[in-house]
Design a protein around this ligand. Structure first.
Ligand code: SF4
Ligand code: SF4
Ligand code: SF4
Length: 280
């Protein structure tokens, strides 16, 4: 895979409805900004004579109404501010992530460090198709990761110590999927219904339910747009490092095998991603 193209070929500078102006999209992985970056962004916008900053649906920021003649100065100032030019063409675009375990009590995994690492490794790499990456800390899918070309979801699978189960039924009442039923005071788990959210593990009052560590479920081929669909499960791995390796392998297949002009989701057969399972 090649690193980012030249500036004039890269995404992030978007022609506006008024063709004498353009929109500048920023690179803000996981939508995280420091207070200093926010202040600096305001200063950059003011100095460029701009009157608004737009928050996008994919956790990026856009500066509308930019005079193309001022682009050089503006982009240099934005880069110095740590909020450089973003992406929106056939490349890896902004990595989105929910807060994960940084703040969310339902999270199974950390999301921010993984989003930053995926951005550091893969942002803007040249590809035949656009690839969006999304990460959610649990199957509630707040980051919409399964609508991305590559999605990562934090999961936990419940394991039961049958001998210690009191049959209290708290887990069955907790499960929103109806995946746990009590039969004659004994718990029965329907694996097909379980989304591996891990909630029953936290709610068991006797710590009978456990897990063998959080996992990252990787999905491919999600899409938004006119014909939205969920990404398909590819494989599940144990560590953020494995996620980065698998994402790299997927992007390598996309770079080598995908055709331009067709959506990622329509080329899954060409990418032969199932082979990656065998390599695990
Ligand atoms: S996806 Fe899960 S972990 Fe992330 S914000 Fe939503 S509920 Fe919390
Ligand atoms: S992990 Fe979630 S979906 Fe699965 S049984 Fe427990 S509460 Fe239900
Ligand atoms: S909450 Fe725990 S103790 Fe109660 S039925 Fe479920 S596994 Fe058994």
């Amino acid at each position: 895979m090649n690193p980012r193209r030249n500036l004039d070929e890269a995404g992030g500078i978007i022609t506006q409805r008024d063709p004498t102006r353009c929109i500048v999209r920023l690179r803000t992985p996981a939508g995280l900004l420091t207070p200093e970056q926010l202040e600096g962004l305001g200063r950059c916008a003011r100095e460029a004579g701009l009157h608004s900053v737009h928050l996008t649906t994919r956790q990026t920021l856009e500066l509308p109404d930019v005079d193309p003649a001022s682009l050089g100065t503006l982009l240099a100032a934005l880069s110095e501010n740590g909020t450089p030019l973003g992406a929106e063409r056939n490349e890896v675009v902004n990595v989105v992530a929910c807060p994960g375990s940084a703040t969310c009590r339902l999270a199974n995994v950390e999301t921010y460090p993984l989003a930053k690492e995926l951005d550091r490794r893969f942002f803007g790499v040249e590809l035949p198709v656009k690839v969006r990456i999304g990460i959610s800390g649990c199957p509630n899918m707040c980051a919409g990761e399964r609508l991305c070309e590559i999605g990562i979801t934090g999961i936990r699978h419940p394991l039961r110590d049958a001998g210690r189960c009191t049959g209290c039924g708290t887990c069955a009442n907790t499960c929103r999927e109806g995946a746990i039923v009590m039969v004659n005071g004994r718990l029965s788990l329907d694996a097909d219904s379980c989304v591996e959210c891990g909630m029953c593990i936290d709610y068991c009052p006797f710590a009978v339910l456990t897990d063998d560590g959080p996992r990252y479920r990787i999905t491919v081929g999600g899409r938004r747009g006119r014909h939205p669909s969920l990404g398909q499960e590819l494989l599940t791995v144990k560590t953020p490092e494995e996620v980065v390796r698998v994402v790299g392998a997927i992007l390598d297949r996309v770079y080598r095998r995908a055709y331009a002009g067709r959506h990622f989701a329509d080329q899954l057969d060409l990418l032969a991603l199932d082979d990656l399972r065998a390599e695990q």
